[in-house]
Design a protein around this ligand. Structure first.
Ligand code: PYC
Length: 309
């Protein structure tokens, strides 16, 4: 039986894993990264599942396929994916990709541009090894939407884009404690179902907020991802959506720093600049490479392409 190998590099950003496919991934041809994502989804979805799902991965792992950029001045093109599908952008994943490219000796300190399916992002590898991501334009589309969530009553939140679509609830009815992730997951999933049943089909992530615990942080969050795994990091695109809401409400001024803490206590520093009625968010965090390995895909393995629902 033929055996295929894929080289992957694993890292985590503020606790959230990223698995970068360095070689052996599907050939998606040329053209815009958004078109290559559609080819990935249509013709190679089994690769996505093989790389991040059990038995090689878990629901938490976010994958990143490196592609040749269409613009040669960019360091790379990148397509992010998870246990159930594909992401427009991924903030923690971008920080992981930059750390991985540095680990491989492909980039040095300084400013790099990356193509994603939802637009160009700029990532600066700083002297202290943190990475600052200037994300895609972010904005709020709906403020204070009240929905009825079966079993939980009425919940009010904002709908905003930060590279993915979020429903942001300012004061979580369930306390944001690591020991309560089961309850938080059930609550956030019920919110997602309710929002998407009421005319907001685009919402893929739910973000619950509460008071910060860590010194210097402004807020703590719990972010539920589309595959029902929660983000261990403060979520780069979720923090971008939050910054768009804070800007729209006049609660954070351009250039001021917002420290967002995750459910595990890790932090991202965020700020924004205005771009018309939207904002360009900037997120800073740190990733650590923790594995450089070869995945073996044996066709006779009944779970070669991952355990899929
Ligand atoms: O950091 O943007 C992010 C992200 C999205 C899903 C998981 N992490």
């Amino acid at each position: 039986m033929p055996t295929k190998t894929i080289r992957v590099i694993d890292s985590h950003t503020a606790g959230e894993p990223t698995r970068v496919i360095v070689s052996g991934g599907p050939d998606l041809g040329t053209g815009p990264i958004s078109e290559r994502l559609e080819r990935f989804r249509r013709d190679f979805d089994h690769f996505r599942s093989a790389v991040v799902n059990e038995p090689r991965g878990s629901d938490v792992v976010v994958g990143a396929l490196l592609c040749e950029p269409t613009d040669p001045t960019c360091a790379a093109g990148v397509i992010f994916f998870n246990n159930v599908g594909y992401l427009g952008m991924c903030g923690h994943g971008t920080i992981g990709v930059v750390e991985t490219l540095h680990h491989l000796g492909k980039i040095g300190k300084g400013v790099h541009r990356l193509e994603t399916p939802v637009g160009l992002v700029t990532a600066t590898l700083n002297e202290d090894q943190t990475v600052t991501v200037e994300n895609v334009e972010s904005h709020r589309t709906a403020k204070a939407v009240t929905i009825q969530v079966p079993g939980h009553g009425s919940v009010t939140g904002d709908v905003a884009w930060g590279g993915n679509w979020f429903f942001l609830v300012s004061e979580s009815a369930v306390p944001l404690k690591l020991g309560r992730v089961e309850e938080l997951t059930t609550f956030a999933w019920a919110i997602r179902q309710a929002v998407n049943a009421q005319g907001y089909p685009e919402v893929d992530h739910v973000e619950l907020f509460g008071p910060a615990i860590e010194p210097g942080a402004h807020s703590r969050n719990f972010v539920l991802c589309p595959g029902r795994a929660y983000d261990r990091s403060p979520c780069g695109t979720g923090t971008s959506a939050k910054l768009a809401c804070l800007a729209a409400d006049g609660k954070l001024q351009e250039g001021d720093v917002w420290v967002q803490e995750s459910i595990i206590g890790s932090t991202f520093r965020g700020s924004y600049r205005h771009q018309g009625s939207a904002v360009i968010p900037t997120i800073t965090g740190r990733a650590y490479v923790n594995a450089d390995s070869t995945q073996i895909l044996h066709e006779s393995d009944p779970f070669c392409w991952g355990i899929r629902g």
